[in-house]
Design a protein around this ligand. Structure first.
Ligand SMILES: [Zn+2]
Ligand SMILES: [Zn+2]
Length: 322
């Protein structure tokens, strides 16, 4: 019975303890004075590393994930900074890779989606031996993972004794995917689900993805849900946009329950903004359009008030003259 459950990927996750008890460097208000290290590495367990770009290095403060199998390794997202002098990403990742008989273990660099803060670091890996960079554009993602009927289907990456599922989740971005590591039960959700602002680009695509993701998680032993950013403090207050300082930052991990609740949370979304305990959902384009409409209304009101004022003064002048 247990073997059958494990084979199906269902059952108690083996790594649900406290390997995420890590205090991430919060960045600083005065980054020039504080000069924190640009990249923080946390070993989750053997062969699984969580990397965080310091908020002072980039206000996006991306989380990147390195999963190492017996035959190859996978880096999920390459972060916001191309310049190795500012962000020693490739050097750090390569130093974490074990050597095999012929050199370093081959590395695949893949992305949750094509926003620049998740792929700028690709430049540092270009031309390195035994490194394959998966394209992050729509065609490249579909072709590389063999999605014939995007966004349906689940692809898999075999790292050698360690299989990663790849699930299409467009909505935040057309090419968004999440990764599920069957070994640790970690679900890497990029910007589709994170403790912060979940920005929606395509409402109906996001709604379908939320349902697809929840159905996926329902049948699997998801131990922790790790997104691409943390944008709120422990009290659930969002940091200002572009903040380089994350005091009392909320813990990184969301739970399987958050994935299961996502379709319901999205059902409450009014197309502009909705607030939930562990995240906010927002549609920047809709909000921008609403702001433009409000600004135009305010201008129209001002103009109307101005015209009325001029007319009244003229009328008064005419009355006085007669
Ligand atoms: Zn994004
Ligand atoms: Zn992002």
């Amino acid at each position: 019975m247990l073997a059958a459950l494990l084979a199906a990927g269902v059952g108690a996750p083996a790594h649900a303890a406290e390997p995420l008890a890590v205090r991430w460097n919060p960045g600083a208000q005065d980054c020039d004075a504080a000069r924190p290290a640009p990249l923080q590495v946390h070993r989750y367990e053997d062969g699984t590393f969580l990397l965080r770009q310091n908020p002072c290095a980039s206000a996006e403060a991306n989380f990147l994930y390195l999963l190492i199998g017996a035959e190859r390794a996978l880096l999920i997202d390459s972060g916001a900074i191309a310049d190795p002098a500012r962000m020693p990403l490739a050097a750090t990742v390569m130093s974490l890779l074990p050597d095999d008989a012929t050199g370093k273990l081959p590395l695949i660099v893949a992305h949750t989606h094509s926003h620049r803060d998740h792929r700028e670091g690709d430049a540092q890996f270009a031309g390195l031996p035994d490194v394959e960079i998966v394209p992050s554009d729509a065609d490249g993602v579909r072709r590389h993972f063999g999605f014939a009927a995007w966004p349906d289907g689940v692809a898999r990456i075999d790292l050698g004794g360690r299989v990663i599922d790849v699930l299409p989740t467009p909505g935040h971005n057309d090419n968004h995917v999440v990764f599920f590591d069957r070994s640790t039960g970690l679900l890497f959700t990029g910007d589709a689900l994170l403790p912060g602002r979940i920005t929606v680009d395509d409402t109906s695509a996001f709604e379908a993805s939320a349902r697809r993701l929840a159905a996926f998680a329902r049948d699997r032993a998801v131990s922790h849900v790790l997104g691409g950013h943390v944008e709120m403090n422990a009290a659930g207050e969002l940091y200002p946009m572009g903040s380089t300082f994350h005091p009392d930052e909320r813990r990184l991990a969301l739970a399987r329950a958050d994935v299961l609740a996502l379709p319901g949370a999205f059902a409450e979304f009014n197309g502009f903004y909705s607030r939930h305990a562990n995240y906010a959902i927002t549609h920047p384009l809709h909000n921008l359009a609403a702001l433009v409409v409000l600004a135009l209304l305010a201008l129209a009101l001002l103009a109307w008030g101005g015209v009325r004022l001029v007319r009244r003064r003229r009328a008064r002048r005419v009355t006085r003259a007669t």
